[in-house]
Design a protein. Structure first.
Length: 181
């Protein structure tokens, strides 16, 4: 009498079905975790931009204002370290970081930065700026838009609407955006 050892086709199909069920349960959780990580990175990026602008304000603009571009923050002051990491340089367009596009604009020129600071930002110092972090693919890389300004408050918008402005009194546009705590 001969004995066959091994798995039957039914046993293999059951194992494959169980693996499929486990994967179907785990994948959405992994995607949510990735999206949450992307959003945390976007908020962190905006905090870094705010800190870089404060450092620029004190060291280059003598408390007169802020750098008008991210490139002005990436260029190091003479004999020092850059205010901002080179991965956020906006010279070639809006940088993308962790599934979010980071955009920056400065308005209301108020002074001129000294050329001795970092050379690149030797131009208009602005009174106001808006930094935004918007998901590349809404619902996939993130479910929130973020924005911050010279008020140092980071706002979030939970609908697929970008934060387009933050007034000097600290009110965001759209007015449905809420401050992060």
């Amino acid at each position: 009498m001969r004995e066959d050892s091994g798995f039957t086709l039914i046993e293999l199909l059951i194992v494959v079905a169980i693996i499929g069920i486990i994967a179907a349960i785990a994948v959405p959780g992994l995607l949510r975790a990735r999206m949450s990580g992307n959003e945390a990175s976007a908020v962190s990026t905006l905090r870094v931009i705010n800190s870089a602008q404060l450092n620029y304000n004190v060291n280059c603009a003598t408390n007169a204002g802020y750098a008008p571009t991210l490139a002005g923050l990436v260029a190091p002051p003479l004999g020092g370290q850059p205010f901002l990491s080179p991965d956020l340089d906006d010279t070639a367009g809006a940088p993308v970081k962790s599934g979010f596009t980071v955009t920056f604009s400065g308005t209301n020129a108020v002074a001129t930065a000294p050329a001795t600071c970092n050379g690149v930002a030797a131009g208009a110092v602005v009174a106001n700026y808006l930094a935004q972090a918007d998901p590349l693919a809404w619902g996939s890389s993130g479910n929130r838009h973020f924005g911050t300004s010279e008020t140092q408050t980071i706002f979030q918008e939970t609908t697929d609407t970008q934060i387009t402005a933050i007034s000097t009194s600290g009110m965001p546009t759209p007015n449905t955006a809420t401050a992060l705590k």
